[in-house]
Design a protein around this ligand. Structure first.
Ligand code: V47
Length: 359
């Protein structure tokens, strides 16, 4: 059984860590030491810099045919709060943002009736009105759905979206790459092989993407570790991931409420650190403040994260599941969170080009 000292030696000698090492990290109660190892890797990669982006989330519909058991966001269609945003409304929402927005992050439910042309229209309209904004849109799950809607294969769908103006893709829809968990919680969602295929094709087409992990529900530690190793291999074989974001499950208002307690801060920080340590070929690890809360997100910067996401605007998915974090943060708040944690805030664009360093 490996211990943290042996693991540090491997890290110092640039030796790849194995499954047993990852298990030892999750089992260890030496939280501060785990954080130190992850921070050491973070400092080597990005020094004292911590990135944030001036962005806005658009969740274009909460109608969804997938009906995942971990989700509090989706509606069937006849509820009073079911909604779908037409493209004009999306343009209006983005127009209300102050000058200088760099990224729109677009994800939604799998809408029962909208045709593929709605999504192409959405992307091309945003690009037409805001040519300098990076359109980071649609998870692999949505791409698979568009393939069914349009009759095109994944490559065909991605090429059409890229032609319309798609710049990059978020990392959602991965959940945890375990068939056992998928069958129980999200049987209608694509399995790992399809998720990986979409991202590999996106990378081939020069569309950079992110990856996520949803943890803190019914998954085991082995399943978390297996997820990370699958991603490390995928990045090795089909490079193009920019960032990894571990997402902790929020049970409120989901069918799992009352059955599962929200994961605690120690596990959140351990998984964040483990991600930084195992995913040595991912340039960035994000402490997503919306899920972690700004306070735990700030501590996450000492556990290997070099990114804190962005201003967000109005987040709907996690807030539907009881997140207590604010709906959005101002740029100055991002800068202060990072500075007060002892790091150097850097405003970035969606592709990690530096806009401004706040020394
Ligand atoms: O795929 C859904 C998760 C994801 C809940 O790429 C939930 O930069 C917790 O992927 N509790 C969407 N999580 C969000 C996402 C994301 C977020 C921030 C940045 C990026 C990026 C991507 O949210 C879903 C799912 O895994 N989710 N419901 C819930 N109740």
């Amino acid at each position: 059984m490996s211990d943290l000292r042996e693991i540090e030696e491997k890290i110092d000698n640039n030796q790849a860590l194995n499954f047993e090492d990852a298990k030892a990290i999750l089992r260890s109660n030496d939280l501060i030491e785990i954080g130190r190892l992850a921070r050491k890797i973070k400092l080597k990669k990005t020094g004292k810099k911590v990135y944030f982006v001036f962005n806005k989330h658009i969740n274009y519909t909460n109608l969804c045919v997938s009906k995942c058991k971990f989700c509090a966001f989706y509606r069937n269609g006849d509820e009073p709060d079911a909604y779908t945003m037409e493209v004009d409304k999306i343009i209006e929402e983005i127009s209300q943002m102050p000058e200088g927005i760099r990224e729109v992050h677009i994800v939604g439910g799998l809408h029962p009736t909208k045709p593929f042309s709605y999504y192409l229209d959405m992307v091309s309209s945003i690009k037409k009105h805001f040519p300098n904004v990076n359109v980071k849109a649609f998870t692999a799950v949505e791409i698979d759905y568009f393939s069914k809607l349009s009759g095109l294969d994944y490559e065909g769908v991605l090429k059409e979206l890229k032609r319309a103006g798609l710049d990059s893709m978020p990392g959602g829809g991965a959940e945890v790459f375990s068939e056992r968990v998928r069958k129980k919680l999200y049987p209608n969602k694509i399995p790992y092989e399809k998720w990986a295929e979409v991202h590999a094709i996106a990378h081939k087409l020069n569309i950079p993407t992110n990856a996520t992990l949803l943890f803190g529900h019914i998954e085991t530690d082995d399943e978390i570790i297996d997820h990370l190793f699958k991603l490390r291999k995928l990045q090795e074989e089909h490079p193009g991931f920019l960032c990894f974001i571990p997402l902790s499950f929020h049970p409120a208002n989901t069918p799992l409420e009352g059955k599962i307690e929200k994961v605690d801060a120690v596990k959140e920080l351990k998984v964040l650190a483990l991600s930084r340590i195992i995913l040595d070929n991912f340039p960035h690890i994000k402490a997503y403040w919306v899920m972690l809360s700004p306070k735990i997100g700030q501590i996450g910067l000492h556990f290997g994260a070099d990114d804190i996401d962005g201003t967000i605007g109005q987040e709907r998915v996690t807030h539907a599941a009881g997140a207590k974090s604010p709906l959005g943060l101002a740029k100055e708040q991002m800068v202060n969170l990072i500075k007060n944690a002892g790091f150097v805030p850097v405003e970035r664009d969606a592709l990690y080009n530096e806009i401004e360093v706040f020394n």
